[in-house]
Design a protein around this ligand. Structure first.
Ligand code: BGC
Length: 706
């Protein structure tokens, strides 16, 4: 409980961001000083003009109507005798919430003195408020900043109508920070005559600029992920997100960055600027959640290396406090389906355990009484959620993957009952027992083979929904066993779902994804025949994948599992549309939402839904780690307590190398072709098993060459 009140300006909140201020003196020797703070909105706090902490977009995004994180910052070293504490407040994600309170802030500074006494300075009516230089700040629409304006603290603060602290929780997630600074790669003059900065990388964050100017001079930028086929600036795909950046100068040299919002961009069009454009005056600042990099992949194939790089950048760009679909258009939501398909790759690339634990707690908080799990988390609707197979199933898949990669059982313990409730929801909703039929789903979202511009293809929703239902119940069984629970009822249920699935669909699958569902979730008695049929279908379709969000992450896995590694490689290495490498031939530096976000003739996918930074198809990363390099977790000894190696080389790649930093140390797998033979080097920090050229080995910790 904070010894403080929620405060707002006494004037009616306009679009101008409020700046709150408190002056105070410290007359004794200080032992420690900690600021506890959160906001209905996002904040930036300073003490004596020094920024407090480096958390960008604090307090982050949680299920705001259920939980709100409080941050604690040690500010001892910033204290002086006479002090000014300021709190800058903007809307951030809070604005997305339907039926919300007006934005407000609460903070308490606790000072402990050397003489054993203490003092607390909390937000209350005594704080002063000014309209700040930030005249406008919006999650999607960007900022307007007037540096020439001199804020005057002429307003008082009032206590917010809802002054309760019931929803406050300590910080759970990773903090979001400025992570990298990129310089301008090229200054382009487009055919239309626009001046455009190219940072050479699609990224999430903001632009910092420096300029020497006169008071009243204007600086203004626009943002884009791509140029159109003529080389002109293009950002219609941001939809309603205006992503403004309008700055009015003061006199002299000045540097600015808008750090209470963020942008997704590679290109910056300079719409007005009162000086010569010199690249050293512009920096792109990459912002994402703290996560330790753990996974690396490198090979002799430059296109594959670029693909892996794009996967990494897709993760950096969309792990900004929550896992989002995309960072640029008027969406940026924690779509559960996108996160579940990508989580295995994500968890190898970076340590994302803390990041996902916090988000899964929000998912739990958002789950409805009847078990419904929303399609995106945090939800923005208090009680009106859409559910979908493969999206809502994230509640089972994400914690299970965290268990496999990190060996964390706490996450299973905490989510288990919620997963059971979700399975019960399905049982209550289905029109046919032991399947999930009759629902309205995203299912194999963006699958090919539908009408032009359609979001869905021919895969039957009921097959996807029933298959994911089987998987979720199977995961309940696995989780329950780890936790020592009696799961015999779920084992029985899983058996029944499997039999019902086989009886209903009779191995008669029409699309790639329908085959993949049966194979991946073991819902056929004739897996080899189904795999043969899948391979044949792929050949008939010109050795091209046709899959969307749910088929894509598994297609290569089921092919390689049933003897079609060569075909899996063919799909992976294909450079023409549709394929993972096609976007690279079009200069992609992140993963695209659509296989053909830019078409072979240069046309652009309809702007209504077209992101160039959507990590979902980056899920292929886990096939690169798990099959090409062959680094695998072992279910009975999770968190890489044991390792299972099963590398699968292919002649079209000269050498390949992957590495994962685990809690036990580095796991690495490398193979290369030499004198007509394949050589392998495996490094394991723990006991391991390996399958090399069909032969099984037991490995002790250390390096092994084959
Ligand atoms: C998002 C997707 C999301 C989908 C749900 C889209 O607008 O960008 O990635 O999963 O909606 O179908």
């Amino acid at each position: 409980m904070l010894n403080a009140s929620w405060i707002q300006p006494s004037y009616k909140l306009s679009r101008v961001c409020p700046l709150f201020k408190k002056d105070f003196s410290v007359n004794k020797q200080v032992d420690s000083a900690v600021l506890y703070i959160t906001a209905r909105g996002v904040y930036e706090a300073t003490l004596n003009s020094q920024r407090i902490g480096d958390f960008i977009m604090a307090p982050g995004w949680t299920a705001y109507h259920k939980r709100l994180q409080v941050q604690a910052y040690d500010v001892t070293s910033l204290l002086k005798k006479d002090n000014t504490l300021t709190l800058h407040l903007a809307e951030g994600w809070f604005w997305r919430l339907k039926k919300r309170q007006p934005k407000a802030i609460i903070a308490e500074l606790r000072i402990k003195y050397a003489d054993g006494t203490s003092e607390s300075i909390g937000t209350d009516k005594s704080w002063r408020v000014a309209k700040s230089n930030l005249r406008f700040c919006h999650l999607y629409n960007g900022i307007k900043y007037d540096a020439s304006y001199i804020p005057s603290f002429r307003y008082s603060a009032v206590i917010a109508k809802d002054n309760s602290q019931d929803l406050l929780i300590p910080q759970q997630g990773e903090t979001v920070k400025e992570q990298e600074r990129l310089t301008v790669k090229e200054i382009i003059t487009t055919p239309k005559g626009e001046t455009v900065l190219d940072f050479g990388q699609n990224l999430t964050g903001y632009l910092e600029f420096t300029v020497k100017a006169k008071k009243g001079d204007k600086v203004s930028f626009s943002f884009a992920e791509i140029l159109d086929k003529d080389g002109n600036f293009y950002n219609k795909n941001y939809r309603k997100a205006k992503a403004l950046y309008k700055y009015t100068c003061k006199d002299g040299l000045q540097t600015y960055k808008p750090n209470l919002t963020f942008y997704g961009f590679r290109y910056v069009r300079i719409d007005s600027y009162p000086a010569d454009i010199e690249s050293q005056n512009f920096t792109a600042i990459v912002v994402h959640s703290e996560m330790k990099r753990t996974g690396y992949i490198e090979s002799s194939d430059p296109a594959l290396n670029q693909l892996f790089n794009n996967i990494i950048w897709g993760q950096k760009g969309n792990f900004l406090d929550i896992p989002t679909d995309c960072p640029q258009r008027d969406e940026r939501l924690g779509w559960t389906g996108d996160a579940q398909v990508f989580i295995r790759t994500a968890s190898y690339n970076y340590d994302v355990l803390k990041f996902f634990k916090k988000w899964l707690n929000d998912m739990k908080a958002e789950q409805e009484e009847n078990g419904a799990v929303p399609d995106f988390v945090p939800s923005i609707y208090p009680h009106k959620h859409r559910v979908s197979t493969a999206w809502s199933d994230a509640i089972a898949i994400c914690p299970w993957q965290c268990y496999l990669t990190y060996g964390d059982t706490e996450i299973l313990e905490s989510i288990f009952e919620s997963v059971c409730k979700w399975a019960q929801y399905i049982a209550n909703k289905t029109t046919k027992p032991n399947l999930w039929t009759g629902g309205d789903h995203y299912a194999d979202w963006l699958e090919l083979g539908g009408k032009y511009g359609a979001f869905k293809g021919p895969t039957r929703d009921d097959i996807v929904a029933s298959a994911y239902y089987a998987n979720t119940v199977n995961l309940i069984v696995k989780m329950g066993k780890v936790l020592g629970k009696d799961v015999s009822g779920y084992q029985e249920l899983h058996k029944n779902i499997r039999s019902a699935f086989i009886a209903e669909y009779k191995d008669d699958f029409q699309t790639q994804t329908e085959h993949i569902m049966a194979l991946q979730f073991e819902l056929t008695d004739n897996p080899q025949a189904v795999a043969d049929s899948l391979a044949e279908l792929i050949h008939r379709q010109g050795d091209m994948l046709q899959t969307g969000f749910v088929g894509t992450p598994y297609i290569l896995h089921v092919l390689s599992k049933y003897g079609y590694s060569e075909l899996a490689y063919t799909l992976l290495l294909r450079k023409e549309y549709p394929s993972w490498l096609y976007p690279i031939s079009k200069g992609a530096t992140t993963i695209w939402e659509h296989w053909d976000g830019i078409k072979p003739n240069g046309d652009i996918w309809p702007a209504a839904m077209n992101s160039y930074n959507h990590y979902a198809y980056g899920a292929v990363g886990d096939w690169m780690y798990g099959v090409i390099a062959g680094i695998n977790t072992v279910e009975e000894a999770p968190g890489f307590k044991r390792v299972h190696f099963a590398p699968t080389p292919d002649e079209r790649i000269d050498w390949f190398k992957a590495e994962i930093d685990t809690a036990f140390g580095k796991v690495s797998s490398r193979w290369w072709h030499e004198n007509g033979r394949v050589h392998y080097e495996l490094i394991t920090p723990t006991d391991a098993t390996a399958i090399i050229d069909g032969k099984a080995y037991e490995l002790s910790p250390g390096k092994h060459i084959f």
